[in-house]
Design a protein around this ligand. Structure first.
Ligand code: HEC
Length: 111
């Protein structure tokens, strides 16, 4: 299983750290600490996820920004959506998307 192991995190620590904070606070309750999903929320790693989203990084970021967290859609800042997308891509060992102009997180708007 391609869950987010310590080894996976160690491969891309800088890129995924801000996203990790967002994920833990806003996503893990439904999608699980290791992206494994639950009865309602789909897993965000694995064969099914990869088949659906590989090569679709921008679309993935867009969906997350518009519709997640499902209990409060649209509440992520663009930077948070980008950061958490980068984390999920890294967990799937997919390439990161180009940054949305102006959406770079320096952490200052994360709270
Ligand atoms: C309240 C529970 C809940 C929370 C919190 C939540 N999600 Fe979801 N998520 C779902 C459900 C249910 C679906 C399936 C329906 C859909 O695709 O809209 C889903 C679908 C998704 C999908 C599409 C998966 C696929 O295979 O197409 C992604 C990506 C995703 N969520 C990411 C996130 C991220 C990132 C966060 C945190 C910012 C988050 N979700 C927070 C419940 C949740």
């Amino acid at each position: 299983m391609a869950s987010l192991s310590a080894a996976a995190l160690a491969r891309a620590p800088r890129a995924v750290e801000p996203g990790h904070l967002v994920y833990a606070a806003r996503c893990a309750a439904c999608h699980g600490r290791n992206f494994e999903g639950d009865e309602d929320a789909p897993a965000l790693v694995g064969v099914r996820f990869e088949a659906k989203w590989r090569g679709q990084a921008a679309r993935l970021r867009d969906k997350i920004g518009r519709s997640m967290p499902q209990d409060d859609p649209g509440s992520l800042s663009p930077a948070q959506a980008s950061d958490v997308t980068a984390l999920i891509l890294a967990a799937n060992r997919m390439p990161l998307p180009p940054r949305t102009p102006g959406a770079r997180s320096d952490g200052s708007e994360a709270m």
